[in-house]
Design a protein around this ligand. Structure first.
Ligand code: MG
Ligand code: ZN
Length: 222
């Protein structure tokens, strides 16, 4: 008799994707625009989130789900400090967020009046790309010191993203970074991706990013 093999990985991913689809429908019905923000550690996701919350202050209400591998909740606290509703998800060492974790976080968040939900994924350029979290858009945050070769080295992370933020452009005079090569790498994977070079330190370029978010929110959140 032949042994039957089942693919656990495939079943888990299927379950994740159907839960993600439910989350997306629920967010859309509640007029919340949701972004899955992915990056390597230190690219500046939390700094960008702070800039985003401050930039939308008085116009849009923002909620943050912050995924971290430990109980350290300082990133969620930073978001809360500048005025967002924030929930910290301790993944217990897991190197990416999954839809069920977002689902649990949503149970703890009152999204009435919220226009934008940013899901700050665990800092990791490998596996977060494989997990749909039920958001409307995926955004990748890169940064100048990481180097211009990242789209070529991590093509699955750089594929299927609606926007790429290139943070820390204030370091361009000091760090070698071939912007054209970087842009070409992104465009080869996603011809229609919006690219936002900016600096969360100086604020340069942040408005273009906020305008992009506003256009998405006008569509999803009204
Ligand atoms: Mg962070
Ligand atoms: Zn992972």
């Amino acid at each position: 008799m032949t042994v039957k093999t089942i693919s656990i990985q495939e079943n888990i991913l299927n379950a994740n994707d159907s839960l993600a689809a439910q989350i997306r429908t629920w967010l859309t019905e509640n007029r919340v625009f949701a972004v899955n923000m992915m990056a390597s550690p230190g690219a500046g996701k939390t700094s960008l989130i702070e800039r985003t919350i401050s930039g939308l202050s008085g116009k849009r209400r923002v909620a943050i789900i912050n995924g971290d591998t430990t109980a350290a909740s300082m990133d969620a606290e930073r978001a809360q400090k500048v005025g967002a509703l924030a929930i910290h998800v301790n993944t217990g060492g897991n190197c990416h967020l999954e839809a069920f974790m977002v689902r649990s976080a949503l149970d703890a968040l009152d999204l009435s009046g919220i226009d934008l939900l940013i899901v700050e994924n665990v800092g990791n350029l490998v596996c977060p790309s494989g997990w749909d979290l039920g958001t409307h858009r995926r955004v990748l945050v890169a940064s100048i010191p990481e180097g211009a070769d990242k789209p070529y080295k991590y093509p699955s992370m750089y594929s299927g993203v609606s926007a790429v933020v290139i943070n820390k452009v204030d370091l361009l005079p000091y760090v070698p970074f071939d912007m054209d090569y970087f842009r070409k790498g992104i465009e080869a994977l996603n011809p229609n991706t919006a690219i936002f070079p900016l600096s969360c330190t100086t604020g340069e370029g942040v408005n273009a990013w906020l305008e992009w978010l506003e256009r998405q929110m006008a569509f999803y959140a009204g």
